[in-house]
Design a protein around this ligand. Structure first.
Ligand code: GCU
Length: 412
């Protein structure tokens, strides 16, 4: 009762006490829903962690029915002289078959040459097709619906490399990382009509998962990220024990969910993932649950709509999503002019997830100052890292360099 009144007061005033180190109003990391304190790694892994995972699956991202999928790989193209000879470019078609249906996804890879292999790999989905991530003319164009050019939605040569600033392949390769990307539309086309062509009809055929708890776009994207790991486990040049998962914005939401649910990702990076990503819903700044469900009704499980204008009824908040990444290193990046993604809410969640890291004897995010750290001042001493890049909603070379600095700590 007491808690309920506090929750109402908080939601009316719009003030949240979730961040700082006080977690008032936010569900605690180390306490089950029944109020049982969790004090050991074993209890966390056997009781609380599965409880949280299940809540995010049923209430937010959707339940993976665990369908057995037969996957095959075909190298469509490979060239050892890419990026001026620094890398091998490879394009792999993955074909997934289940329940009499088939879907494909094309992975673009740049693998550093002349270094000891296997190499660590950075993986992330892209928004516009692989061909938009680089001006490299050998990168194959997708024949799927793409968001640009608007209204045409077919890839155009003039849009090659349109998102290249977000994919500094050459720099990553110089730093010893392979980079892999897949168009998100290969798993679920980012629009209201996306379901039929997505991987979901294939995965849910004959499934008993209730409609309200089924995955939509973000769940399908996360599923796809795990399929990339399946490939890394087979590719000799790549080190499947050193995988950095990185996602920006809506694809950062998908990356966090994939990183939370699939422990094969070694380092998880959220860049400007905002609402239903790293940002605390209870902070109620920027985009809220109602807005995201209204504008993107095809992203999350239908159950999530129960929390429209009702954030305090959520049995979880996003710090618990981050806590699921523990004990693996986690990096949350925000941008100063990205209020829509709520940097304070992202920072708050990154701090609050620390209890899970402490349990493993690891270092949470430390910050003794008031409010957010200054711009371009990465906090990377602990196993949960954070930075507030100066500038707008985007992923830039600055962000990539910081994420690679962080991953280097663990991989070198
Ligand atoms: C919109 C949406 C965000 C999302 C962003 C993006 O702004 O409201 O939730 O993160 O698009 O993907 O760039």
């Amino acid at each position: 009762m007491y808690k309920r009144i506090a929750a109402i007061l908080l939601s009316v005033t719009g003030v949240s006490l979730c961040f700082g180190q006080q977690a008032d109003g936010c569900p605690p990391v180390l306490e089950t829903r029944d109020g049982v304190r969790v004090t050991t790694i074993r209890e966390w892994e056997r009781i609380r962690r599965p409880e949280i995972l299940e809540l995010f699956a049923t209430q937010m991202y959707g339940v993976d029915p665990g369908t057995k999928v037969k996957t095959s790989y075909r190298v469509l193209e490979e060239d050892a002289r890419a990026l001026g000879g620094k890398a091998t470019r490879r394009q792999v078609r993955m074909t997934f078959a289940a329940n009499g249906m088939e879907r494909t996804a094309d992975m673009l890879l740049y693998i550093p040459n002349g270094v000891r292999r296997p190499v660590p790999v950075i993986v992330g989905l892209n928004f516009q097709g692989n061909y938009a991530t680089t001006s490299d003319p050998a990168v194959l164009m997708t024949d799927r619906w793409v968001p640009y050019p608007k209204g045409i939605n077919r890839p155009a040569d003039s849009l090659r490399g349109r998102a290249a600033s977000r994919w500094p392949y050459e720099r990553a390769v110089e730093r010893g990382y392979a980079v892999a990307t897949i168009f998100n539309g290969d798993f679920f086309s980012d629009r209201r009509e996306g379901y039929d062509g997505s991987v979901l009809p294939m995965l849910y055929a004959g499934s008993t998962v209730p409609d309200s708890a089924r995955m939509k776009a973000v769940g399908a994207w996360a599923w796809g990220l795990s399929r990339a790991v399946d490939y890394f486990e087979k590719a000799r040049e790549l080190d499947a024990r050193r995988i950095v998962l990185l996602g920006h914005s809506r694809l950062g939401k998908a990356a966090l969910w994939a990183g939370a649910s699939d422990p094969r990702f070694s380092v998880v990076v959220s860049n400007d993932s905002g609402s239903t990503g790293a940002a605390l819903a209870r902070n109620k700044r920027g985009e809220n649950v109602e807005r995201i469900n209204r504008n993107f009704p095809y992203w999350f499980a239908d159950n999530y709509k129960k929390y429209n204008d009702n954030e305090f009824a959520l049995p979880v908040d996003q710090h618990l999503l981050l806590a699921l990444v523990a004990p693996r290193p986690l990096y949350v990046g925000s941008a100063s002019r990205d209020q829509w993604a709520d940097p304070a809410g992202e920072f708050g969640a990154a701090r609050l997830c620390g209890d899970a890291y402490r349990l493993y004897g690891l270092r949470p995010l430390e910050w003794k100052g008031e409010g957010l750290p200054p711009v371009n001042t990465p906090l990377q001493k602990g196993d949960v890292a954070y930075h507030l890049r100066e500038g707008k909603h985007d992923i830039t070379l600055y962000d990539w360099e910081r994420y690679m600095d962080f991953a280097d700590k663990y991989f070198k």
